[in-house]
Design a protein around this ligand. Structure first.
Ligand SMILES: [Zn+2]
Ligand SMILES: [Zn+2]
Length: 176
């Protein structure tokens, strides 16, 4: 949602809160797209802190769909996203770009709160998601999901060379 802040900038100390439904349904992380849905309206509060500086807080609760790190089944993960920015609107576009946190959520005096919420989601994103604590993962030989099925790759085809490879897979899995 785009919010025009020029009126708010006229009166120091003034604060306003908006509620809306986010205009995005996915977030991109490391080139991958993940579905996200807001669990209700999200809010943004803007305070005119004086000297043309705005204190902006955007927050909302979301459900993200993230693949399990072991078996790749989709897992619904609740995420609570909150972003706070102190935006100096006196800065020129060039100066805004050089800020430690890019002010890409502010175009002139127009606030794009969706940009802030996406940033907040990236911050809240879990490093690793499991469908359940004891997820059995995929068979490293045939790729079967061992939570739902069993495969014949077990002891029948036991072969010391294969076992060494499985060891590597298991180690890698533990490190994920
Ligand atoms: Zn799993
Ligand atoms: Zn198998």
């Amino acid at each position: 949602m785009s919010i025009e802040l020029s009126a708010l900038l006229e009166s120091d100390g003034r604060q306003k809160t908006w509620e809306w439904t986010p205009g995005f349904t996915t977030v991109e992380i490391a080139g991958e797209c993940f579905p996200v849905t807001a669990d209700g309206p999200v809010t943004v509060t803007v305070l005119n802190a004086g000297q043309k500086v705005l204190d902006i807080t955007a927050s909302g609760n979301f459900t993200a769909v993230i693949p399990c790190a072991r078996c790749l089944d989709p897992v619904k993960v609740p995420l609570s996203a909150e972003a706070f920015r102190e935006a100096d609107t006196k800065l020129s576009p060039e100066e805004r770009e050089k800020q430690e946190e890019p002010m890409d959520y502010l175009d002139g005096t127009k606030l794009d709160a969706d940009v802030l919420l996406k940033d907040a989601l990236l911050t809240a994103w879990p490093i690793r998601v499991l469908c359940k604590e004891d997820c059995k993962g995929l068979c490293s030989h045939c790729g079967a999901n061992l939570n739902h099925t069993t495969c014949d790759c077990g002891e029948e085809t036991y072969d010391p060379r294969m076992a060494a490879i499985l060891d590597i897979f298991n180690k890698r899995d533990e490190e994920v």
